[in-house]
Design a binder for this molecule. Structure first.
Ligand SMILES: CSC[C@H]1O[C@H](OP(=O)(O)O)[C@H](O)[C@@H]1O
Ligand SMILES: Nc1ncnc2[nH]cnc12
Length: 289
């Protein structure tokens, strides 16, 4: 299979540099309109598709990002791999603003979002025990380091609903009791949906602040975050530029099985399935339907 790398850019990252044949294309999805058009082109001969999660101009809030349409649109475009780049707060002294964390796990505290492509008329249960693809994580770690960034390999990302930042008590709970490493508002349900769509997914969390637990940093201040976002997004662009050479033109079957997540996941009997829902699942689950 030919590699096609999807990038979802978070706060501060609304395009990527250096694409040959760059064009913003509108992708129709049965799950609604994606956050924006998708920037397509090639980098080092490999097809790329970049989607700004909040839309150009930062239109969508973390709760209203159309996560299902975004993942469906990337799958529909033929992406094999999806790398999410996000701003986040840090719960660790040694994970400082400007550093990148290649996320290894999530705690999902979001509650006001559609979290699955499946439902009444076609029920499926995929595993998200290991929600990110280590093969993609390796590439992000290597490309981030090559771009001169301090990269931490592994960390648990607390996904909160937002849009307000955490209280002091929440920040201490996530840090001291739940042992989370970083916090953001967008990687869930994105990671779950990518798994349902059989897309390899990795998340690079770019630290902008120490959330609100740190005695020397006080509460989260959006103006401080915005100052850090600029440098972080330049570093993210440099990291993205290194990914095609690392991932290569040919995408073998994922050794971790991300691309076969639906193999035994669908519970609904074939004759009990809802044809309208099946039609919407054409890109995401067509392989097994
Ligand atoms: C700009 S601060 C809060 C905002 O930033 C993060 O966005 P993203 O994950 O898309 O980079 C965070 O999750 C909030 O949405
Ligand atoms: N402290 C924080 N909490 C949630 N989302 C964030 N995005 C950037 N910093 C954040």
């Amino acid at each position: 299979m030919k590699t096609k790398i999807g990038i979802i850019g978070g706060s501060g990252l609304y395009d990527i540099d250096g694409l040959q044949g760059a064009a913003w294309v509108d992708v129709d999805s049965p799950w609604g309109a994606p956050s924006d058009a998708i920037l397509t082109g090639t980098l080092d001969g490999i097809e790329m598709a970049f989607l700004p999660r909040h839309g150009r101009g930062h239109v969508h809030s973390p709760s209203t990002v159309p996560y299902r349409a975004n993942i469906d649109a990337l799958k529909r475009l033929g992406c094999t791999d999806v790398i999410s780049v996000s701003a986040c707060g840090s719960f660790r002294e040694d994970m400082a603003p400007g550093d990148f964390v290649v996320v290894s796990d999530f705690i999902d505290r979001t509650f006001a979002r559609e979290k699955s492509f499946f439902g009444t008329g076609c029920v499926a249960h995929v595993s998200v025990a290991h929600p990110v693809c280590p093969r993609l994580g390796d590439a992000c770690e290597t490309a981030g380091k090559a771009a001169g960034v301090t990269v931490h390999r592994g960390g648990t990302y607390l996904a909160m609903e937002g849009p307000q930042f955490s209280s002091f008590a929440e920040s201490k709970l996530y840090r001291e009791v739940w042992s989370c490493d970083v916090i953001g508002m967008t990687n869930m349900p994105e990671a779950k949906l990518a798994r349902e769509a059989e897309l390899c997914y990795a998340s690079v969390a770019m630290i902008t602040d120490y959330d609100s637990w740190h005695p020397d940093h006080g509460s989260v201040d959006i103006s401080d975050i915005i100052k850090t976002l600029g440098a972080n997004s330049n570093a993210a662009k440099a990291m993205v530029a290194g990914l095609p050479a690392l991932l290569g033109a040919v995408r073998e079957d994922c050794p971790h099985g991300c691309d076969r997540a639906l193999e035994h996941a669908i519970m609904t009997a074939p004759d009990a399935r809802d044809p309208a829902l099946l039609a919407k699942l054409d890109a995401v689950a067509g392989r097994v339907l």
